[in-house]
Design a protein around this ligand. Sequence first.
Ligand code: M7G
Length: 330
Amino acid sequence: MRTPLAGMAEAPGAKRQREGEEAAGMAEPPAGGGGSFPWAELRVRRVLRESARDKAIFLHGQVNGGSEGAKDAVVILEKTPFHEESISDLLKKHTKLQLQMSNDIYSTYHLYPPPQLSEIKTTVVYPATEKHLQKYLRQEVYLISETGEDYKNITLPFIQSQSFSIQWVYNILEKKAEADRIIHENPDPSNGFVLIPDFKWNQKQLDDLYLIAICHRRGIKSLRDLTSEHLPLLKNILQEGKETILKRFGVVGSQLRIYLHYQPSYFHLHVHFTALSYDAPGCSVERAHLLAEVIDNLELDPQYYQKRTLTFALRADEALLKKFQEVGKA
Ligand code: M7G
C-alpha cells in the first residue's frame, strides 16, 4: 500500500468526483456520454463472472426501455484498495466491530466501515451489446496462432465487420468526454497522443495505477498495423508518458509496465501504463507486448508486425474463434 502523493491526491477527476458525491449523495453524470444511468429501473438478470480474489462481480442487468423494449447493461462492482491516510478513521470510526472468533493469540472480526470508507467502484456499460456481455462472461479460452496471412484473410475482414464502437476514444480525443481527466497531451496530429487515467483506475491510490495513451492519428488499428513509420509516435508515447507519470504521480519508468494488447478490444491504437507491482487484467504473456520491445522490433525490421505470428487467446463463444476453426486453424 502506497500513500498517494500531493499531485496524486488532487488528481482532478478524483477530487471533483468526491466533492460531487458529498454534495449530491451520488456520482455526477458522465460528460459526453449518454447521461446518467436509470438505477431505479435496473433488474439483475445474471452473474456474468465473479472473482473472490479481485473482490469483483460482473452483472448482466436489464432496464425497461419503454417502447424500445428492455435494454441490456453490464454492471461491474469492485471493492477498492485501502488508502493509508484513511486507515485510522477506518479503525476508529467504524459503525460496528463484532468479534467472530478468538483462539489463543488469534482473533477475527467483522468490521463495518462508515459509508465514506466503504466505496464500491461501479462501472456501467449501457446500453450494452451482446459483444459486451460476451466480453465479461466467464468462458473457456483457447490460444490462437495468427500468421500475417491469417491476419489479412481471417482477422482483418472480421474486425472490419464487427468490433466494438470506438466512439468513446473519439470523445476523449475531441474533448467531448473526460476532458478534465487528461493528464498530458502532445497535440501533433501524426505523432501526438492523449494520456488519461484508464476507467479501471479510481486514482485514489498508486497500487493499481493504470493510464492509457491514445494516439491522435486515426486508422492505426493495432500492433499489426505498426511499421517503422510509427516509431516517432511510439517513442513519444514511451518517453513523454514516463516523464509525465514521474512528475505527476512520482512513479519512475522502471516501475511501470508499458504495453500494447494484441488483440485489443478497441481497434484504435492505445498503450497501457500500469504499476509494475499491480497484476493488471490483461498483462499476461498471451496479450501484452512491451512498448520498448515493440520499438526495438520495428527498428530491427520495419515490417516485423506484418510478418510475425502472434499468439492470443479467444473466448469459446467468440465469433473470431469460429472463423479460425472453420479453416482448421484452431
Ligand atoms: P483494450 O486493450 O482495447 O481492451 O484496452 P480491454 O478493455 O479488453 O483491455 C482498452 C482500455 O481502455 C482498457 O484498459 C479499458 O479499461 C479502457 N477504457 C475502456 N473504455 C470504454 C474507457 C473509457 O470510456 N474511458 C477510459 N478512460 N478508459 C476506457
